[in-house]
Write a new protein. Sequence first.
Length: 567
Amino acid sequence: MARPEKVRLGEILLQQGLLTEEQLKSALDDQKRTGRRLGRVFVESGFVTEEQIGEALARQFKIAFVNLKQFNVKPEVLAKLPESQARRFRAMVLQDEGHHYVVGMADPTDLNAYDELTRFLKRELQLAVVAESQLLATIDRMYRRTEQISGLVQELGEEFEDTGVDFAGAGLPTGTEDAPVVKLLQNVFEDAVQVRASDIHIEPQETRVFIRFRIDGVLHLQTEAEPKIAAPLVLRLKLISGLDISEKRLPQDGRFNFKVRNAQVDVRISTMPTQYGESVVMRLLNQSGGVLTLDRLGMPAPILERLRKVIQRPSGMILVTGPTGSGKTTTLYAALEELNTTERKIITVEDPVEYRLPGINQVQIHEKIELTFGRVLRSALRQDPDVILVGEMRDQGTVETGLRAAMTGHLVLSTLHTNDAVSTPIRLLDMGAPRYMVAMSLHLVLAQRLVRLVCESCAQPYTLPPNEHEWLRHDLGDKVDGFKYRKGAGCSQCNNTGYVGRTGVYELLEMTRPVVEAANSDEPAAFIAAARAQMGGRTLRRAAVELVVRGRSTVEEAMKASSEFED
């Protein structure tokens, strides 16, 4: 392809009717004032979308516009251009055609970038246009640090070969572990953030140490190495999180934070002694994205509407239930975000504090000094709060204090580990809460799970095997064959898993008068019948099935979401 001519982006968009003269003038003034790139000004001002800019440039230069969400990037082709060059020139190699490369550029009018790419790649270039945000997201995801991590693991292993140093001891010479360990951890953290990992696991075994990432709820192996590198890694992590480096017989918890490309990430760290050394799990909490709002959780409109009405009540208890990692805390923080006004005093009692919210009084539990849920909750009631969030209803004392607070003019939000909404009031009774207190104080129970979504880049039609067909027939009857089902084949967009991202499935039990009356009776069966009637069949299972028939998830995922409470 010939070198593109120099043209002005504003003029192209003006000629194609995508901008008005007034919008162009406004954007140029903004560019002079702020120094931002013109394309970014157009998009952020809401004049055009990135896709419209890309398609306009493609028409102008008579080249292709490539939607990277639908394009399967091959890592070996992408690697022809180093990450630093890809970021600098906003470009990536899409295809190797032998005598030329197909290169996607966010701005094909950048002649300097074109010349530099030609010089570096030493081949003819055939340009294509790509949206800048898609390009940067693809670079983040695809330029994995696996090779650097493997190299640093090797270097670290060699450095500590036969040193005989007791890494867990406090007398480690200053700087001994610094260079390779710091580089290795930095690369591990950056790689984890790039692939949207929620947790990092470091697990020493007899002959290997495994580093695994949890992505969309599923663990993936990042690397494995000699077991001798586990001790310096754990030591370094203990130092930066303020844990006792001399104590390796007891579990410890701490936290620290780090920066990755201007994003602040909080890390909750937990260490546990195992047979072959200390196992470490780190939960990554990206603070830069902010707290999700209720609108962005993907709740069905009827459930969202009921939840919004109930959280505006001046008193009562609202419980969010589900297993670990089902998004309960995210839902509660979204509710707090909506309640957080200058007229309300909000106190949270958490273990640990996951997200820091401005304008809210957050208290961290500290069991060692007997700063327990029950103790903080009793003190919090003397602080004149309107809303109290209790991280978890762990024991009878906390449950009773929370229910009593809900009866005396406070809105109490909390979580509980139960399988579904219907069993939650029964679980409170089982924990020793008086029946009348549960009936009067509990206003709403929201049960939830997270379900993985089919990757749109590699989704394809899917024929149900007999077991999945039968499972769906339970809900859909003879309609089961009337829907088209999809599954991801696995591609570069989804790390060959077939899934990208997760969404919540929910069921809601509101304690209406008939349900409260049934809860006050001694007949669990009567309560269960009244609760199910109130829910009207809108269960977690039904919500997961709806995602399947809409082609957004798979039967396998739906079965996981519901098997914990329904056969």
